[in-house]
Design a protein around this ligand. Structure first.
Ligand SMILES: Nc1ncnc2c1ncn2[C@@H]1O[C@H](COP(=O)(O)OP(=O)(O)OP(=O)(O)O)[C@@H](O)[C@H]1O
Ligand SMILES: *[C@@H]1O[C@H](CO)[C@@H](O)[C@H](O)[C@H]1NC(C)=O
Ligand SMILES: *[C@@H]1O[C@H](CO)[C@@H](O)[C@H](O)[C@H]1NC(C)=O
Length: 258
């Protein structure tokens, strides 16, 4: 699956192994209880976004660090299975920490996803990002404006433009998202299609991964069209359970998306 040539999408971000135990209730401190299912999943926001971009067909490269242990080895295998270059995946004795992810394509467009968000984000992140994409709670942490509607998201967008962002996208779950840019400083709501959501975990990363894919591989599309397509892909991911396990492959999507 890995194609030769330079990467189209480069992701700097976290890479985590999820150890998931399904139980009927939480154990008390020190208590041992019976679980009915256990599985290991691949997670981490940066890695999720990279996997979604790769499954859509972008040449991808991941920059992160994993531990020098079996989980780290397994994660590197997971990247390789998905056709992602691991030349810059380091292995260390230290624990991996995921704080934020930056996606860069070959034209050095920078897409920044402030997850997890901190109110005192270095202001250079606003001015240096071509696209600044956050969800409702991140938007509130960064601006103090509670977001419950497309109108609120528009207000957040205006504040972030004042801080130096060029283009802001605020995702709104089932409501899709709102975009606003320096070129067109009027908030635009781009709704998502109505679907039966089964599990919305990781929808935001599917959206950001799809956004990176379309920006890198279809540079001529308008941002509104890129967002429409990314909404569609993220809305497919919410119709299956799990995080990376719910991310669609290009071959399973309507071909008029590409
Ligand atoms: N119920 C839904 N129906 C349709 N599309 C959805 C739904 N939930 C999410 N989406 C799609 O996924 C995108 C991202 O969702 P959301 O804003 O919930 O991100 P998030 O909060 O970062 O998600 P998470 O933290 O669960 O990964 C939305 O912009 C939309 O395109
Ligand atoms: C937004 O993303 C953060 C991670 O930064 C997550 O913890 C939070 O639950 C998300 N918010 C919503 C409304 O899904
Ligand atoms: C994008 O647009 C430019 C200028 O209109 C054109 O030369 C180029 O072939 C287009 N690229 C793609 C991939 O469609």
């Amino acid at each position: 699956m890995a194609a030769a040539g330079p990467a189209e999408v480069v992701v700097v971000g976290s890479c985590m192994t999820d150890l998931v135990s399904l139980t009927t209730r939480l154990p008390k401190a020190g208590e041992t209880i019976h679980g009915h299912k256990f599985f290991i999943g691949f997670g981490g926001k940066g890695a999720n976004q990279c996997i979604q971009a790769a499954r859509l067909g972008a040449k991808t490269l991941m920059i992160c660090k994993v531990g020098k242990d079996s989980f780290g080895n397994d994660y590197i295998e997971n990247f390789k299975r998905n056709g992602i270059s691991t030349d810059f995946v380091g292995q260390t004795e230290d624990a991996a920490t995921g704080a934020a992810s930056i996606i860069v394509n070959s034209e050095v467009k920078t897409l920044f996803n402030p997850a997890p968000a901190h109110a005192e984000l270095d202001p250079q992140f606003y001015t240096h990002s071509d696209i600044f994409c956050c969800n409702e709670s991140e938007a509130e942490i960064l601006t103090g404006i509670p977001v419950g509607s497309p109108e609120d998201a528009g207000k957040v967008g205006l504040v972030l433009l004042e801080r130096g962002c060029k283009l802001v996208i605020v995702t709104l779950g089932a409501e899709g998202c709102v975009m606003i840019s320096v070129d067109e400083p009027i908030p635009k709501h781009v709704p998502a299609g109505k679907v039966r959501a089964v599990d919305t975990t990781g929808a935001g990363d599917s959206f950001v991964g799809a956004l990176a894919f379309f920006m890198a591989c279809y540079p001529n599309l308008s941002m509104e069209e890129v967002i429409r397509k990314s909404n569609f892909i993220a809305s497919v991911s919410v119709q299956a359970s799990g995080t990376q396990s719910s991310y669609p492959y290009r071959k399973d999507l309507p071909q008029d998306l590409f």
